[in-house]
Write a protein that binds this ligand. Structure first.
Ligand code: 5GP
Length: 191
């Protein structure tokens, strides 16, 4: 049986990275898609682990040669899901987790209608703002851009199959895990 695509989307700073890391530890047979990006590497990030870091030219070549399952611009940089590894996992019956932004999630929904889309929301917009400022990974200008994006993204929650609010981290992790387990147990997946 073919694997399934699980998409996790949510505003920058909502805690997607932390939740994804925990989910990958807890859920068997689930593989993370490593995206390509033109954004600068942050401290502690590693090539091929967090992202494949590309120049704008390299990224454009990948677009031209149809290497992406989806790609989008976000806050001035490009991000994309390489097609080949995802298709490889799926055809071996392995499930794949994509941690991507809204435009990408929309593309996946269209191209791969069986995908399961999970939206991760902050308890309040203020909590998100505080988190983005505190983590100090972007300049204040970039934080502002990300917050504007967050407002737009939160308006489109109805495109998703599930909504998880990241108020208490452990509960949010349990909920995402529960969604994955339930989707795997669906009758139409087993017959
Ligand atoms: P960051 O710069 O904080 O790592 O990521 C910025 C945004 O890009 C996040 O919302 C993240 O989920 C999203 N993102 C990461 N990889 C991809 C990808 O391959 N495609 C799309 N569309 N978004 C991505």
């Amino acid at each position: 049986m073919k694997g399934k695509i699980f998409v996790i989307t949510g505003p920058s700073g909502v805690g997607k990275g932390t939740i994804v890391k925990e989910i990958l530890k807890k859920v068997q047979n689930l593989y993370l898609s490593i995206s390509a990006t033109t954004r600068e590497k942050r401290e502690g990030e590693e090539e091929g682990v967090h992202y494949f870091f590309k120049t704008k030219d390299q990224f454009k070549k990948m677009i031209d040669s149809d290497e992406f399952l989806e790609w989008a611009e976000f806050a001035g940089d490009c991000y994309g899901t390489p097609k080949f590894p995802v298709n490889n996992y799926l055809s071996c019956g392995k499930d794949v987790l994509l941690e991507i932004e809204l435009q990408g999630a929309k593309q996946i929904k269209e191209k791969c209608p069986d995908s399961i889309l999970i939206f991760l929301a902050p308890p309040t917009f203020e909590a998100l703002e505080e988190r983005l400022i505190k983590r100090q990974t972007e300049s204040i200008d970039k934080v502002k851009i990300r917050l504007t994006k967050a407002k737009q993204e939160m308006k489109e929650v109805k495109l998703f199959h599930y909504l998880v609010v990241n108020d208490k981290l452990n509960e949010a992790i349990d909920n995402v895990q529960g969604i994955i387990v339930a989707e795997r147990c669906k009758i139409d997946n087993c017959v």
